[in-house]
Design a binder for this molecule. Structure first.
Ligand code: CA
Ligand code: CA
Length: 167
C-alpha cells in the first residue's frame, strides 16, 4: 500500500474504503505499528527529502533527481526549499524574484509569499550579519494572496533582514 507517488501508482482514490492486512508468517507473536501520518497527495514525501513529491513531480517529472532541499540545480542562488516556500518555479532563474528589503523612513521591511503548506517562515534582523534575532520584527497577517510583510525599525548604523524557511 505504501507506494511511491506517481500518477500511475498513487493508490488513494477519494471516497473509497481501503483495508489493511497484517500477516504474521514468523510463527511467533510480533509487534505491529500502524501510523496514519495525515499526509495527502500534495504533502506526501515518500523519498523523505523534505520536498513534497507532488512538487518534485510537477517541476522535474520525478522524485529521484533531487534529494537535497538546499540544492540549487540552476545555480540561481535560490534553493529548492526556498523556491517551494515562495511558490517559485525552481527550473527558472529566480534570482530576480526573491523578496527585496525596502527602506521607508525609519523602517525596513520585506514582503514575501507565505502560503505554502507545512512551511515555517521566519524573519530575523541583525546589525552585524553574525547575530540574528526576531526581536523587534513585526510581521503582518497574510493578505488575500498569502503575502506577509515583516517590518523592523532602523536602529544603529547597519541593519540587515533575512527570511528563513523551514519545514
Ligand atoms: Ca520528496
Ligand atoms: Ca527527491
Amino acid at each position: 500500500m505504501n507506494q511511491v507517488l506517481s500518477p500511475a501508482t498513487w493508490p488513494w482514490v477519494p471516497g473509497q474504503t481501503y483495508y489493511v492486512l497484517f500477516l504474521n508468517t514468523s510463527g511467533a507473536d510480533q509487534p505491529v505499528t500502524f501510523t496514519m501520518d495525515g499526509k495527502n497527495a500534495q504533502t506526501e514525501d515518500e523519498d523523505n527529502d523534505g520536498l513534497p513529491d507532488a512538487w518534485e513531480m510537477k517541476y522535474f517529472g520525478n522524485t529521484w533527481q533531487y534529494n537535497d532541499p538546499l540544492a540549487e540545480p540552476n545555480r540561481d542562488g535560490v534553493s529548492l526549499l526556498m523556491a517551494y516556500a515562495l511558490n517559485l518555479d525552481p527550473t527558472r532563474n529566480q534570482a530576480g524574484s526573491m523578496p527585496q528589503v525596502v527602506r521607508t523612513g525609519n523602517q525596513m521591511s520585506i514582503t514575501f509569499y507565505s502560503g505554502t503548506p507545512g512551511i515555517t517562515y521566519t524573519v530575523e534582523a541583525s546589525s552585524d550579519m553574525l547575530n540574528w534575532s526576531t526581536n523587534g520584527v513585526m510581521i503582518s497577517d497574510p493578505d488575500t494572496n498569502h503575502f506577509r510583510t515583516a517590518t523592523v525599525p532602523m536602529t544603529g548604523l547597519n541593519r540587515f533582514l533575512r527570511l528563513r524557511v523551514s519545514r
